[in-house]
Design a protein around this ligand. Structure first.
Ligand code: CMC
Length: 382
């Protein structure tokens, strides 16, 4: 047994997976062998979820069946809606509301409580969860805006229906396609903090609801999914200041602060998803969408490239451009990380199912560096 300490588990292989692979040296991401660029351009989110969970692209009939099963599962139990209303009244953070409501979903699934590892049942439960996350978010947002949530419309795609429920409007087809593409880009990303969390929970054969709830918790932090909101927070502060973007970042660097949306544990070059989202943001701006943040983002990237940070391997990651695109789509800023979770639910579920096919309880160890042989002193003598 190795006694080497791997802080942050850097470079440690914890399992084998056929789902997705990140080549951080050249900036390549594949899902089941398919390049992310091809999937982003040609597939739909439902098709990609099918690919991740079943291992192959679906036929037309398979996709039709899978998509309609997902669409049927979008409706929330009234108790979940009532809880979302309470959480909105309490001014809960959307990511925390999502975590609470996702956990609560299990109460209304007769098959929840633990998992048998039986793959078809897990996929069924997976569909129930994945389909409801968009409704949770849109309903929570409706409540905090003081309106009644809209019912899901099963004739629409998951992405299109989410945008409709969120804003109360149908939206343009470009917005729907862009959002669907963004869901594809965030659906999976090899091993990472939230996926690992989901797998750790799944490895105890706990229920899938527990795994997804744990994944949401892990994703919420600013070093992981929370970075997309941090980027926009930076742009907003910048907007309110008298500084230009380059000056702003120089000041951040002087203070020794990290630039949100830059750097990655695996990528040494610009994240391929950032390339795709940047191009989309430019396209949206050309189509008339408000383009204020794309200018900031590109100016900061250009400066950090020239200053040598990018060459050192601290390059733009997906979060640097996702918020820019969501802002152009008119999505409220504090929903960016929950939307990341909405998409990544596909990856968490897929990885848990895959892991449980050949399950081994994940049980690492810590090196004990505390005292030994301390004599116990009864409380009245302390
Ligand atoms: N801006 C400036 N310098 C940075 C940054 C940054 N964003 N990120 C890393 N560095 C520097 C860091 O200061 C350190 O420098 P030095 O060696 O001189 O002390 C060096 O790069 C290595 O940093 P590290 O913390 O050992 O690297 P890591 O692999 O642990 O960091 C990271 C990965 C994502 C936590 C980090 O890059 C970071 O905090 N980035 C900002 C937050 C962010 O954008 N997170 C989203 C990650 S991608 C999407 C996701 O996974 O959800």
């Amino acid at each position: 047994m190795t006694s080497e300490l791997a802080k942050g588990l850097d470079g440690i292989l914890v399992t084998e997976s056929e789902m997705s692979y990140v080549d951080g040296e050249i900036g390549r991401l594949i899902y089941r062998g398919f390049d992310i660029e091809d999937l982003a351009e040609q597939a739909t989110y439902e098709e990609v979820v099918y690919l991740l969970w079943y291992g192959d692209l679906p036929s037309e009939a398979e996709l039709e069946h899978f998509s309609s099963r997902l669409a049927e599962e979008r409706v929330l139990h009234q108790d979940v809606l009532a809880t979302l209303e309470r959480l909105a009244e309490a001014d809960e953070e959307p990511m925390s509301a999502l975590r609470t409501a996702t956990s609560m979903l299990s109460a209304y699934d007769p098959e929840a409580s633990y998992t048998t590892g039986e793959i078809d049942l897990s996929r069924e439960k997976g569909m129930r969860i994945l389909a409801k996350v968009p409704t949770i978010l849109a309903s929570f947002h409706a409540y905090r805006e003081g309106r009644e949530p809209l019912d899901p419309d099963p004739s629409r795609s998951l992405a299109g229906d989410f945008l409709r429920m969120l804003s109360g409007e149908s939206g343009s087809s470009l917005a729907g396609e862009t959002f669907d593409m963004s869901l594809i880009l965030h659906a999976d990303h090899g091993m990472n903090a939230s996926t690992f969390t989901s797998i750790v929970i799944g490895s105890t054969m706990a229920d899938l609801y527990a795994s997804v709830t744990g994944g949401i918790g892990a994703l919420s932090g600013p070093l992981h999914g929370g970075a997309n909101q941090e980027v926009i927070r930076m742009f907003r502060d910048l907007e309110d200041s008298e500084h230009g973007p380059v000056e702003w970042v120089k000041e951040m660097q002087k203070r020794g602060e990290r630039v949100p949306g830059f750097g990655h544990r695996v990528y040494r070059v610009k994240d391929p998803r950032a390339h795709i989202l940047e191009a989309k943001a430019v396209e949206l701006a050309e189509e008339g969408a408000e383009g204020r943040y794309i200018g900031y983002a590109q100016a900061i990237e250009e400066y950090l490239t020239e200053s040598g940070l990018v060459e050192k391997g601290i390059a733009p990651n997906v979060d640097f451009y996702s918020g820019v695109v969501y802002d152009q789509l008119g999505i409220p800023f504090d929903l960016y990380t929950p939307i990341f979770a909405m998409s990544r639910t596909a990856g968490w579920i897929g990885h848990v199912i895959e892991y449980q096919e050949d399950n081994r309880l994940i049980r690492p160890r810590a090196r004990y560096v505390g005292p030994k042989d301390v004599e116990f002193v009864p409380i009245e003598q302390r």
